[in-house]
Design a protein around this ligand. Structure first.
Ligand code: ADP
Ligand code: MG
Length: 700
């Protein structure tokens, strides 16, 4: 903790006391002065200015005025009885009105005295007034001390019931901030704080709670947000530098026959510029002697697989083995067949290892891995089991990484005595800001362009009353020789209710598309792997025209002839899931469609999700909305993401500050990786004090 004073329990504050302190602890987890100054306002009421009465216009909502009060009268009768007074400044006058408690208020008001008044402008048929204003006697002695940005704290019902409101918290916090023992030492070196114009920490905490002007609040906020990010940025940058310095990687210098032949003879299309750029980035990474640790972000259908394959071929040409890990059996199997198919006659030994691989096959694969006969091993989690070891694993590809934890990723690295290069691919692009914080120590490549022949998918929303129209539309597509997906949410694969939904849906679809005129596939997670595989193959081969399924088709499934997807109960899916699902169509040259269906009434977030889907095909835009709606913890689907609990920093909006903190950390560590220089001593001590795992070494 910072200094001793700040570890004082809050009951020592005037106006708090043991009983209130007890409730505060229980309600908002605030125990000490230190905790309390970190209990930040969530907004401010701007009382920093006095307005002229004459300047009030249609846009005025809240206003603060100052003037002389006169004509204090009780008007009306019965229900209409009220207190009225007139406030006059040098530019005009306005009526103030009280309906409640007015006998008491009337007694406290002084005719002819000066008051500061704050409230909401009420416009009744063109006559403006302020109803129940906050009103304070004004004396020349207080001068301008009453003018400030009034903090509004996040409160709970229980706190409010015990009269602990924003004013209460402001007063309590103020006692700490003005106390002579209050201090927060500066730990950011001047070489950073000066050029970035960071205000001192001590001031920042004062101004975040007690700003006089908007500007004070903003500079305070900037400083505290910077601090929230800076510690993490230091860790990320340090990891990166250490990795570059200490973890020497395999140098893959050769561009060999497999790569060249594949490029010239097997590729049936021209790579997009984005694909070429990423391949260059990776080539540079794997030949410079460092270990590559790269995240490849690219929207669904942007062609990540072929990029990964070309890189694997480079590694193979340099004498190394490669592997590709996918999150589901379907995906792994599909990767296996597409890649095998793409490789044609190249002398590459490629094998598939999943949970359903037979014992005998598995044994053979394990042997061939150790004799370096297998060049590419594709599989699921089965790849990271302990007895799967390689003789010369040099390049690891992980597809759809958001489903794997970090722990699993690092396990793959220890599969042989050498340190392989790692390429992590994700089709759920995460916002740049989040990538910088969570994957701070990874390098990030982006494929931000789809192959030229792609047409953006047309997405629309229809409620269930349009079912017949939608089915007619699907029918029309099928008549053109296309195929369709109809997707049902199966939130939990074990849920009976959801499964019923799916089976009912199947019956409904069959009533529109009678067998044998149409053939329909059904796919869900409860089915056996080989049955699933068979259904997939039937659909792929065009034997069935409609695929009814749950989200098991979510990732990576590739059937270019499918041009329409209907998503039932679309409100039950998350944004990134909808985007993933939609990515199953629009893979061929034809115009594709995605129809989102649901019951009529949608709540706010469902509406926002569905509107976003209808508006854009861009995964990065979608992920930003997702981040906004769900917050980073949920978005990453994992608490072990290592993300600190940001109180002020907003991962959607604060990209500038995140960038700043990252560059500052890099600037410091580049010059002084061990933080050994005298000017960084305080920083090192600060980091050591606040670390959880001796990352910065022991406190000396
Ligand atoms: P994703 O990035 O979603 O994994 P894939 O790698 O599965 O995308 O590619 C989607 C489809 O686009 C595949 O059929 C692939 O062969 C094809 N493809 C990849 N790159 C190109 C390209 N440059 N031009 C045309 N088609 C491409
Ligand atoms: Mg893919």
């Amino acid at each position: 903790m910072e200094n001793k004073f700040l570890s004082t329990p809050i009951e020592y504050l005037k106006g708090v006391g043991p009983q209130k302190a007890e409730l505060i602890k229980a309600e908002i987890n605030v125990f000490t002065y230190f905790d309390l100054i970190h209990y930040f306002p969530n907004r401010y009421v701007d009382k920093s200015k006095i307005s002229n009465i004459a300047d009030i216009n249609d846009d005025t909502t809240n206003v603060q005025l100052r003037g002389k009060l006169f004509d204090i009268t009780i008007a009306g009768t019965k229900q209409g009885k009220r207190l009225i007074a007139v406030l006059e400044d040098k530019t005009g006058n306005i009526e103030l009105t009280w309906f409640k408690n007015f006998q008491y208020v009337a007694k406290t008001l002084k005719e002819g005295a000066f008051y500061t008044v704050f409230g909401k402008i009420n416009d009744f048929k063109g006559k403006i007034s302020i109803v129940h204003p906050e009103i304070k006697l004004y004396s020349i002695e207080d001068n301008e001390s009453g003018l400030n940005m009034e903090p509004v704290y996040p409160l709970t019902e229980k706190l409010k019931a015990r009269f602990m409101d924003s004013k209460f918290f402001m007063n309590a916090i103020k006692q700490i901030l003005v106390h002579s023992e209050f201090d927060l030492s500066e730990y950011i070196p001047e070489s950073v704080s000066k050029p970035l114009k960071l205000i001192p920490r001590k001031h920042a905490y004062y101004f975040i709670h007690l700003p006089k002007k908007v500007n004070e609040q903003l500079t305070a906020e900037r400083r505290i947000k910077f601090d929230e990010m800076f510690t993490l940025a230091m860790r990320n940058e340090k990891n990166k530098i250490t990795r570059l310095q200490e973890q020497k990687g395999i140098k893959m210098l050769k561009v060999g026959d497999n790569f060249n032949t594949f490029y010239k003879e097997c590729l049936s299309f021209e790579l997009t510029n984005a694909q070429k750029k990423v391949i260059k980035e990776i080539k540079a990474d794997i030949s410079n002697g460092n270990q590559m640790n790269r995240l490849l972000q690219g929207d669904v259908g942007s062609g990540k697989t072929v990029v990964a394959l070309l890189c694997m071929l480079m590694a193979i040409d340099n004498g190394y083995q490669t592997c590709l890990m996918a999150p589901t059996e379907i995906l792994a199997t599909q990767h296996y067949f597409t890649i095998k198919d793409m490789l044609g006659n190249l002398p590459i030994n490629i094998k598939l290892l999943t949970g359903s691989t037979t014992k005998k096959n598995r044994q053979a694969i394990l042997e061939q891995l150790n004799t370096n006969e297998i060049n590419i091993l594709i599989g699921t989690h089965a790849l990271i089991e302990d007895d799967v070891t390689f003789s010369k694993l040099g390049f690891v590809v992980i597809d759809e990484q958001h489903r794997f934890g970090v722990a699993q990723r690092s396990r793959l690295w220890n599969k042989s005595s050498i340190l392989p290069h790692v390429l992590v691919m994700t089709a759920t692009p995460i916002p740049r800001t989040l990538a910088m914080t969570v994957h701070g120590e990874l390098d990030v490549s982006v494929i931000n362009e789809l192959p030229k022949d792609r047409k953006p998918i047309k997405t629309l929303y229809r409620d269930e009353s349009f079912r017949a129209d939608i089915m007619a539309f699907v029918d029309n597509e099928l008549k053109k020789g296309r195929q369709a997906y109809i997707v049902y949410p199966l939130i939990e694969e074990s849920s009976k209710l959801d499964l019923n939904d799916l089976m009912n849906g199947y019956d409904v679809v069959c009533s529109y598309f009678p067998i044998p005129k149409y053939q329909i596939s059904l796919l869900h997670g409860k089915m056996k792997a080989d049955v699933k595989e068979l259904e997939m193959q039937r659909f792929k081969a065009g034997i069935t025209q409609i695929m009814i399924s749950t989200t098991v088709i979510e990732v990576g499934v590739n059937v270019p002839n499918a041009s329409v997807m209907v998503i039932e109960n679309a409100n039950r899916f998350g944004l990134s899931q909808l985007h993933q699902l939609r990515g199953r169509v629009g893979r061929g040259a034809e115009q594709s469609f995605c129809i989102l269906m649901s019951k009529e009434n949608l709540n706010y977030t469902s509406k926002k999700r569905i509107n976003t889907m209808c508006k854009t095909n861009n995964g990065f835009e979608i992920s930003e909305v997702d981040l906004e709606l769900r917050g980073p913890g949920d978005l990453l689907g994992t608490r072990q993401s290592g993300l600190p609990d940001f109180k002020l920093l907003d991962l959607v909006k604060d990209d500038e500050i995140i960038d700043l903190a990252k560059r500052a950390a890099n600037f410091i560590l580049k010059n002084d990786p061990a933080l050994a220089l005298i000017e960084n001593k305080i920083l090192l001590e600060y980091l050591q004090k606040h670390q959880q795992d001796n990352f910065w070494g022991r406190v000396s």
